[in-house]
Write a protein that binds this ligand. Structure first.
Ligand SMILES: [Zn+2]
Ligand SMILES: [Zn+2]
Length: 137
C-alpha cells in the first residue's frame, strides 16, 4: 500500500494538493470541529513531507497550536494541523478521489451532537483516545 498518490482541491480550483500515503479517515466530533465544518470533521493524515500544497491558505487557530486551513478564495475547508505534530490532515471531502480509504476512528465522541448516530461497528474514543476511554470493548 506504499506510495499511493492522492490529489485534492477546493471548489474554485485555486488551492490543491498532492499527498502520499494518507491514513484512513478520522472523524472528530469536538465542538470546534463541529463549528468549523458545520457538522463534524472528516480528515486523513499525511506526514508533512509527503504533501505538496499549492494555492493561498487562510489559517484559523481554534486554540493554541491547532489550526484549520481554508482556500483563501472560495473558503473550502481543506486542512487541519497541530503545530506540535509532524503531520497535516486533509479533509476527506477535498479529495478528488478517495481510492481505497476507509474509516479509521471517531474521536471526541463525548462532544458529539445528538441529531446523528455513529456507526456502532466503527472504533470510537473519548478525547483523542490515548487513555482507557475506548467504548464498545
Ligand atoms: Zn478555492
Ligand atoms: Zn475536533
Amino acid at each position: 500500500m506504499a506510495d499511493i498518490e492522492y490529489k485534492g482541491s477546493c471548489v474554485c480550483g485555486q488551492t490543491a494538493y498532492v499527498a502520499f500515503d494518507l491514513s484512513d479517515v478520522s472523524f472528530c466530533h469536538c465542538q470546534q470541529c463541529r463549528k468549523m465544518t458545520g457538522h463534524y470533521m472528516a480528515a486523513c493524515q499525511a506526514q508533512r513531507d509527503k504533501i505538496t500544497i499549492s494555492g493561498e491558505i487562510k489559517w484559523h487557530y481554534t486554540h493554541e497550536g491547532s489550526r484549520h486551513g481554508f482556500c483563501e478564495n472560495c473558503g473550502a475547508h481543506m486542512f487541519w494541523q497541530n503545530d506540535t505534530r509532524p503531520t497535516i490532515s486533509v479533509t476527506a471531502g477535498s479529495l478528488d478521489d478517495s481510492k481505497g480509504l476507509g474509516v479509521r476512528h471517531h474521536v471526541f465522541i463525548e462532544e458529539k451532537s445528538c441529531y446523528y448516530e455513529i456507526n456502532a461497528n466503527e472504533p470510537q474514543f473519548e478525547g483523542y483516545g490515548n487513555s482507557k476511554t475506548k467504548r464498545g470493548e
